[in-house]
Design a protein around this ligand. Structure first.
Ligand code: FNR
Length: 333
């Protein structure tokens, strides 16, 4: 698999679950990153083949599905982990390697839940740890390894870090062109991304352009030019309207929400997660009648009513139920 000339769905906590990833692929994304999943939680999971949904589920001891994936995304899904421990990172990498296209380490998240354990952006000030984690993964798993960083206070430090990362054998580095302290509304530093891309020979995936640079598919090329990269990763622009990946142009978000919901129904996505993602797409319409209906809904069935998809829900539910019963009969005594 290649990390050059690609457009990727960025890792996003709560947003990057299976329905959103499949939607992004349908619209033309080449790679889709899952939400950051924390190593300590993942190592407790067991791998379960879900014959009804035709998915592979990584299930926690409390029966929560932490990561659900399927054949359709197998060659294109990148598993992002939060880790500060090489051995645990390897354990997670080995657990998922059969089912994903690559594994990625989050080194850019500035949120407390990530940095408090020395994970995410906290790693940026511990290059020895970065090296240890990446080398362990590169030598220990059978799929390509990547990482996602933020930029450091000076250009020289940023370049030195990425050159050190390159030596570990990673396949690519995604660079979010903001400093650790910067907020998502601050402008992205394309000059840093460009200088990094020139300083190494592995692909650099430019990230951070959603707010002011990338509004539609045609802006992706501009972002590539501004950063001197051939690959781009989009978070917010894709969360607001996943058809940003479509070379045929964006489509109205109401249609995107419908397609999203169909995947959420088909893959029995947790209703709270479905609601959360739809609310991100509704943006300033969350208080509209549709928004209120979505917020009040407790199940995917109720959410489907808000979008007039009751029939699709019922039909899909019936099909899944029939498959469930068939499987129970065939595996019976
Ligand atoms: C993020 N981001 C993020 N980054 C990461 O490495 N792992 C993660 O799990 C998350 N989670 C997450 C959730 C949500 C809701 C948002 C909006 C963002 C950061 C994201 O991947 C990206 O680096 C930034 O949003 C900048 O890119 P855009 O939004 O300008 O394209």
């Amino acid at each position: 698999m290649s990390f050059s000339n690609i457009t990727a769905l960025a890792p996003m906590v709560r947003v990057g679950t299976l329905p959103m990833r499949l939607l992004a692929l349908d619209f033309g994304a080449d790679l889709v990153y899952c939400e950051e999943l924390i190593d300590i939680k993942m190592v407790q999971c067991r791998r379960v083949v879900n014959e009804v949904l035709q998915t592979v589920d990584f299930v926690a001891p409390d029966e929560r599905v932490m990561f659900r994936t399927c054949e359709k995304e197998k060659d294109r899904v990148v598993f992002q982990m939060g880790t500060a421990d090489p051995q645990r990172a390897l354990q997670v990498g080995r657990l998922v390697e059969k089912d994903v296209a690559a594994v990625d380490v989050n080194m850019g998240c500035p949120k407390e839940y990530s940095t408090k354990g020395g994970m995410g952006a906290a790693l940026l000030s511990d290059p020895d740890k970065i090296e240890a984690i990446l080398m362990k993964l590169v030598t220990g798993v059978s799929v390509p390894v990547t990482c996602k960083i933020r930029i450091l206070p000076s250009l020289q430090e940023t370049i030195q870090l990425v050159q050190r990362i390159e030596k570990t054998g990673v396949a690519a580095v995604a660079v979010h062109g903001r400093f650790k302290e910067e907020r998502p509304r601050n402008p992205v530093h394309c000059d840093y991304i460009q200088a990094v891309a020139q300083a190494v020979s592995i692909p650099i995936i430019a990230n951070g352009g959603s707010l002011d640079l990338v509004k539609s598919h045609s802006d992706i090329d501009e972002f590539k030019k501004a950063t001197g990269t051939s690959s781009v990763m989009l978070a917010r622009a894709a969360m607001w309207n996943a058809s940003v990946f479509s070379s045929q142009g964006t489509i109205p978000v109401d249609k995107v929400m419908e397609e999203y919901l169909k995947y959420a129904i088909r893959y029995e996505n947790h209703a709270f997660n479905t609601k959360y993602c739809l609310c991100q797409m509704l943006r300033d319409r969350v208080e509209s009648p549709l928004g209120k209906q979505v917020q009040a809904a407790q199940t995917n069935a109720e959410i489907s009513e808000a979008f007039g998809l009751q029939e699709f829900y019922q039909q899909t539910h019936k099909e899944l139920q029939a498959r469930r019963e068939r499987l129970q009969t065939s595996s019976g005594p």
